[in-house]
Design a protein around this ligand. Sequence first.
Ligand code: F6P
Length: 365
Amino acid sequence: MTSHKPSIGILTSGGDCPGLNAVIRASVIAGERLGYSCVGFLRGYEGLVDPVDYMPLTRGNTSGILTLGGTILGSTNRGRFSATVGEDQRISIDPALLRGVADTVRQLGICGLVCIGGDGSLAISEQFHRHGIPVVGVPKTIDNDLGATAFTFGFDSAVSTATDALDRLRTTAASHERIMVLEVMGRHAGWIALHAGIAGGADVILLPEIGWTFDSVCRKIADREAAGRRHSLVVVAEGASLPTGDLVCVTATGAQEQVKLGGIGQVVAAEIARRLDRQTRTVVLGHLQRGGNPTTFDRVLATEFGVLAVQMIHEGRFGEMVCYRPPEIESVPIATAIASLSRVQPHGTSVRAARGLGICFGDAS
Ligand code: F6P
């Protein structure tokens, strides 16, 4: 490094989402204004060790990335750091890797690391903090499943994409009098399905958080038909269990690996077709929800997160994660943040509003 300024390190870890580059840009601008130089570690935590892989980040080379999807630093969610979960439910990282990170931080004169990630990646940051590595966390994920923040950036963009898909499906569903089933991401949280379903005027929304039956779903579609509405939109979260209690997964995975969800849309569509003798079609939105430009909301949230993360490093507030507690951007200990995951509340205001519109969740009510 040629610079003698204190440095801030930035990395993006886990599945990407719109808004990562907005955080990077905001951190660099805020950092430079406070007298820091910035470096970006490549491919998440991997770039911190053996071989150390990073790039200088300046206002020049981050100019124009505010609106850009993905991450200019790259990311990985199955690297050497995503190690095993111990008996105390804490992940344990190879001590040699932790020593390597501490060496990198010392050798590059890094006074603080901005780690941008979801719950798994933040659990790694928390281990860094416990080992004296100066870190602050920034929550990202399209799933919006972190309890400590009202919203993660990336979520609004994913919902916007899913809503656009529903808008498009509605017209073709109406033309052909079909039942369209849209499968959306979200892992074990139904936030994307719920918000997109409401925004896109879905007739049925199936969530991981609310048990459902095919009887109830088909009754809703049949009732619509009886009222002359011969097309219906069904949104199903990838993490919704079948009435049998089974998750639908793309691949069987080992006990230590994260389940890879996917395929429930097809199962739901096939059963509706069988029971009602109607044409159904399935769309699996997949990674379209993760790609592309961030919405204005996500740009603002990501920017505010990035600026506060740098201010926290400046003030020595390590081991904390920025969070959104409307109307303020605040911070919480990373340990607290990863201890509480957020799920749709079956009796919360959004579900109640949806029920008030007659949207069916496939349950008895
Ligand atoms: O956590 C974000 C997410 O997009 C989930 O909604 C989805 O289940 C998963 O990541 C997909 O992961 P991958 O990109 O590894 O297929």
